[in-house]
Design a protein around this ligand. Structure first.
Ligand SMILES: C[S@@+](CC[C@H](N)C(=O)[O-])C[C@H]1O[C@@H](n2cnc3c(N)ncnc32)[C@H](O)[C@@H]1O
Length: 425
């Protein structure tokens, strides 16, 4: 396979969100279904014609596509990502070893392990073990368990790479479809044998380290905290923002990583996933912590009168739909917290970006319970209220059609993914 160090020009409109990731060294180390393409970030950076002293910020770093690409472009960058697993994987990607000797050492360590022979309950909670056993064949799970225990013998500076390598092996040995991230234990795929997976993963990482050579600068800093507050950053310290926040579509970043959160013992139960991971993320799913959903008045009060009047009919429709539906998802409880929290991030961005900075934001609309929520327009209004001048909103791609509320009249609406381009005035 040809690896692109200097990606082809792709018509922006046709850019898939993360479908080109596998063509790019480092980026491909962990494929993230919710990530954007390296080409997208590259075009934002190059269009801005930044000098090398400028700093890019991504307040929703995810697996750090923006920070990795900034490294390729020789630009400094900062990011925020409170999800502990995404943080670890990102750290390994933004600061890869300069030499493949580290990968060789990791490979020889994990290839030579004997399976763990004791009770696996000594390592994982009952819930975690039950879940992992659904996904991973017993023999592989026992080798992975031994590798997990071995982690503490690895140099602290190499642990994130170790976690990335082992997480990739975990994914390959899984007999359930994960696409880089867990989907559901019921979607079957072929489980790759442990030693075969070790060879494939380490080989790919080694090749990428050789390919990038000195074309990759290591100037990115990632913080493991929510971007609702960025006290670590000074006023006017950044010059461009390229980001994609969680969409208001019930896509659950904690649930999708259940395999990894259990494996690495960030959490031992569904409840702990909510308490330790989900509670630090922007509210965008019905599985949000109850106390967050309860404080509707508090979140609503932070928004402008204009914003509240745009959101009120949506909340009302969602509440009405919930009452008539069997599934009973509390979508209506997400709207005020989501926009209130996004407002905090925008306010912080206004503080840390210097005047004239460009702000690129990728987001999709949604049709929860058939209620069309045009998140791109609502966020654009919020950006306007926060001091950004919205220059344009471009549709990056179509995401099919969904029935929207006027369903009874038979109308369908096309959903899309949008690129909002704004400037700090
Ligand atoms: C759409 S993804 C971003 C993907 C990223 N562009 C990439 O290419 O990997 C949104 C990310 O925002 C993170 N996130 C959610 N709440 C956050 C918060 N309060 N502060 C910072 N990041 C948050 C999620 O964990 C998720 O990784």
């Amino acid at each position: 396979m040809q690896l692109d160090l200097f990606p082809r020009q792709i018509v922006k409109r046709k850019l898939p969100t993360n479908l080109t990731t596998n063509n790019h060294p480092i980026h491909r180390w962990f494929n993230f279904i919710a990530g954007f393409s390296p080409e997208f970030v590259q075009s934002c950076i190059r269009d801005a014609d930044l000098s090398k002293t400028r700093v890019l910020i991504d307040p929703f770093a995810g697996l750090s596509t923006a920070l990795v690409q900034a490294n390729f472009e020789g630009i400094s960058s900062v990011g925020f990502e409170p999800h502990p697993f995404f943080f670890d994987i990102s750290q390994a990607k933004i600061d890869p070893p300069e030499d493949h000797a580290v990968v060789d050492a990791i490979e020889s360590e994990i290839a030579g392990l004997d399976p763990y022979t004791d009770e696996l309950h000594n390592i994982w909670s009952e819930d975690a073990l039950k879940f992992l056993r659904k996904l991973i064949p017993e023999q592989a799970l026992r080798l992975l368990a031994q590798a997990l225990l071995q982690e503490e013998k690895i140099n602290v500076s190499e642990r994130e790479l170790y976690r990335l390598v082992m997480s990739r092996i975990l994914e390959l040995t899984s007999r359930s479809q994960t696409d880089g991230i867990y989907k559901a234990p019921t979607t079957i795929k072929k489980s790759v044998a442990y030693h075969e997976a070790v060879k494939a993963v380490c080989g790919e990482i080694r090749r990428d380290i050789e390919v990038i050579g000195c074309t990759f600068s290591r100037q990115a800093t990632l913080f493991p905290t929510s971007s609702e507050s960025m006290p670590v950053l000074e006023n006017d310290s950044c010059s461009i923002c390229v980001t994609s926040p969680p969409y208001l579509n019930n896509f659950d970043f904690a649930e999708m990583t259940r395999m990894e959160l259990y494996f690495w013992r960030y959490a031992g139960s569904w409840r702990e996933i909510t308490e330790r991971v989900r509670s630090n993320l922007i509210v965008n799913t019905t599985t949000a912590p109850t106390d967050m959903k309860k404080d509707q008045c508090g979140f609503k009060a932070t928004l402008s009168k204009q914003m509240r009047s745009c959101l009120a009919p949506l909340v009302e429709s969602l509440e009405k739909e919930r009452r008539s539906r069997a599934g009973k998802k509390d979508y209506y409880l997400l709207v005020y917290p989501y926009f209130s929290q996004m407002q905090l991030v925008f306010e912080e961005l206004r503080r840390v970006l210097e005047t004239g900075s460009l702000f690129h934001l990728v987001v999709a609309d949604s049709a929860l319970y058939g209620v069309h929520i045009q998140t791109q327009n609502l966020l654009a209004s919020l950006m306007g209220e926060t001091g950004f001048k919205v220059l344009r909103i471009e549709q990056l791609r179509k995401r099919g059609e969904r029935w929207v509320l006027d369903k009874r009249t038979g109308a369908k609406k096309g959903l899309g993914e949008y690129h909002i381009i704004a400037k700090l005035t």
